[in-house]
Design a protein around this ligand. Structure first.
Ligand SMILES: C[S@@+](CC[C@H](N)C(=O)[O-])C[C@H]1O[C@@H](n2cnc3c(N)ncnc32)[C@H](O)[C@@H]1O
Length: 189
């Protein structure tokens, strides 16, 4: 999600932004946002970064979508067009070893936001803890959207239903249950 301010969002009848794709989210226990962030610098860090301006990389992302999920395929293509119009800096590297150097490239007068989703389950617990220590040592904020078991949280509220949920956390503080593709958010009460 490199371009959060360039997409549109629909929370029930409430629309935020005018971009395409429009990402629909069922929200409970919260007031939907009224505005989009201003993003002045963006970069991605991954062991195997995928570049949507490379047809082979885009075809791979397309292939990862189940055949009958046409709406997801349309959304990927719309989002890829947004990203391709102004590609972010992509860095091949490890989330612990290489984050500080990348973060140091961000403008010092902007607020650094480190966001990650569905990645910490790929790394063993000691590396997750090293990542948490690293990101806590950076200026700015840390937003994570990960399964509830990857970081040692205090007991969490009961999830809204039987589906698999992620935990949205800000600066290590869990705030809400989410579904992994952003289609639902249930704020903790
Ligand atoms: C399931 S994908 C999630 C991609 C994206 N964040 C999302 O939510 O759709 C996991 C990604 O984590 C990357 N990854 C795994 N271990 C990593 C590490 N140690 N450092 C950086 N990236 C890593 C993989 O290469 C892969 O692109």
């Amino acid at each position: 999600m490199p371009d959060p301010e360039r997409y549109g969002y629909r929370y029930g009848d409430h629309l935020v932004g005018s971009g395409d794709p429009v990402l629909a989210c069922t929200a409970a226990g919260m007031t939907p946002p009224t505005g989009l962030p201003q993003v002045v610098w963006r970069a991605g860090l991954d062991l195997n970064p995928l570049d949507v301006t490379d047809p082979a990389d885009l075809a791979w992302l397309d292939a990862l979508i189940w055949p009958e999920h046409a709406h997801r395929r349309a959304r990927l293509r719309a989002a890829a067009a947004v990203v391709a119009a102004d590609p972010p800096l992509l860095v091949r590297g490890d989330l612990v070893d290489d984050l500080p150097a990348l973060a140091a490239q961000s403008p010092p007068d902007a607020t650094l936001v480190v966001f990650h989703s569905s990645v910490l389950y790929h790394v063993p617990m000691p590396r997750r803890m090293a990542f948490a220590e690293t990101v806590r040592g950076l200026p700015g904020h840390w937003i994570s959207n990960e399964t509830p078991d990857v970081l040692p949280y205090d007991p969490l509220p009961t999830p809204p239903d039987e589906a698999n949920h992620h935990v949205l956390a800000l600066d290590g503080r869990p705030l809400a249950w989410t579904r992994s593709h952003g289609q639902e958010i249930t704020w903790f009460t």
